[in-house]
Design a protein around this ligand. Sequence first.
Ligand code: NAG
Ligand code: NAG
Length: 349
Amino acid sequence: MGIGFGSLLLLCLSHSVLRVSADAISGCNLYTGNWVVDQSYPLYDSNSCPFIRPEFDCIKYGRTDKLYLKYKWKPSGCEIPRFDGVDLLKKWTGKKVMFVGDSLSLNQYESLLCMIHEAVPNARTSSTRTDVLTIVRFEDYNVSLMYYLSHYLVDIVSAPMGRILKLNSIQAGHTWLNADVLIFNTWHWWSRTGSAQPWDYIQDGQQFFKDMDRTAAFTIGLQTWAKWVDSSVPLTTKLYYQGVSPIHYHGQDWGASTTRTCIGETQPVNTSSYPAGPVPQEAIVKNILSSMSKPIYLLDVTFLSQLRKDGHPSKYSGAKFDNDCTHWCLAGVPDTWNQLLYASILQGK
Ligand SMILES: *[C@@H]1O[C@H](CO)[C@@H](O)[C@H](O)[C@H]1NC(C)=O
Ligand SMILES: *[C@@H]1O[C@H](CO)[C@@H](O)[C@H](O)[C@H]1NC(C)=O
């Protein structure tokens, strides 16, 4: 018997299942909803994923509570589609997919590597890594997943007067143009001060500033980036922006006492609006994206992540943070960001 009736039937079934899931989410707002416990989660075992850096590897560094691994995002109007790593690799065959941004981009990148690795654990991969660029190739699918470290998207240059954050310049951008899919993010480094701030001056046009309002600087930098995308990125490149990732250092933000941080949090907030309200920079991102001429899809993950005060490494980080309420444990919240990335592809976005 050649190709059996059974496998034909399976083929038809799997096609109709995929079509149903695409139909079921067309028109669904994926970003309003709540977190529900699902015992089939997490989507992979962090122990068996070779791509997780110490700062996200919470279980390895002593986290013992497990409920945070069990939450599934449930959009109000639909079910989030099951993540199909093989299908995604097939959709991306021959392509280079690049995350560009700070360590929150890295967080989502490593999550995606783990999710795909879980789908094809024996696939041949090869990796290279320099200061700013990490590449993992899934050889059998001819797919390269890349992460380019850029804290601000705009440039920092060294000059005799000191290090200058140049709000109007994206020289580094030419290396991003090779990618077929680009997923950008920046915000967290804009608010850094003192020794955590990697520049001495800000340049805007011909003017130099010792400092300026950080949200204003971020806005100018992101406008520069938007103009660069509109004028330089090929029309065939698929574009995404990874929404602002929220932090949990202030208990009052979620209705707890002011002395609380994410330490010891084991469950999400379960409300339809976050007590502290939206992250202000998110509105700026939306505004700038809507002014762009190239189509770009916002992974609007801010609100759903605000609810996840339980998702951070806190003291269970293998990096030298004693209380990290910025990044996210893997497995964990960024897996949902990637499920939503996949869902947006199924939605034809
Ligand atoms: C949150 O509340 C909704 C209904 O308001 C409920 O269906 C859901 O199970 C709750 N989630 C958790 C994690 O308690
Ligand atoms: C991989 O994809 C690239 C870009 O589409 C193509 O140029 C190359 O020939 C492919 N390599 C293989 C081995 O299929």
